[in-house]
Design a protein. Structure first.
Length: 152
């Protein structure tokens, strides 16, 4: 409902939660990486279409939905959870579709992410809403399918 007091509370709590995570993991060796939900896909969008074409938050929102779709394809989220995230982003005026760069371009750009380890793409995904994990469990075909589903 965009109640000002509720929004102010949500922003305040979000900032406090993030500060706690960052303070506990200053070198991003553990839990802090979970703050990067949507960022690997979102950074590919920013780089692929050119910085400044989308706001950072817009790219991350679209990236979060690609990550949610991938999580669904891995059997961790159901379709209703993905739709719930999408509806929230639509209400906030955020994009829910990624830039149509093509899956091959996404993958090429994502391979430069700081979470790539030993050549393996590691992504922040959702086991359920409110529970993120860093995972390398998704194979390339499943990642491509998620990108294609959310970026056309």
């Amino acid at each position: 409902a965009r109640d000002r007091d509720a929004l102010a509370y949500a922003v305040h709590r979000s900032c406090a939660n993030k500060a706690e995570v960052v303070a506990a993991d200053e070198r991003e060796t553990g839990e802090r990486a979970l703050l990067n939900l949507g960022h690997t896909f979102g950074h590919a969008i920013e780089t692929g279409i050119g910085y400044g074409e989308w706001l950072h938050g817009e790219a991350i929102a679209a990236g979060t939905l690609i990550a949610a779709e991938l999580s669904r394809r891995l059997g961790w989220l159901d379709a209703e959870a993905v739709l719930r995230i999408e509806r929230l982003f639509v209400r906030a005026g955020l994009p829910v579709r990624g830039a149509p760069l093509g899956a091959a371009r996404y993958l090429a750009l994502m391979r430069h992410d700081k979470k790539v380890q030993d050549g393996k793409l590691r992504l922040v995904l959702l086991k359920r809403i409110g529970s993120a994990v860093v995972s390398d469990e998704a194979d390339e075909a499943t990642i491509v399918a998620a990108i294609e589903a959310r970026c056309t």
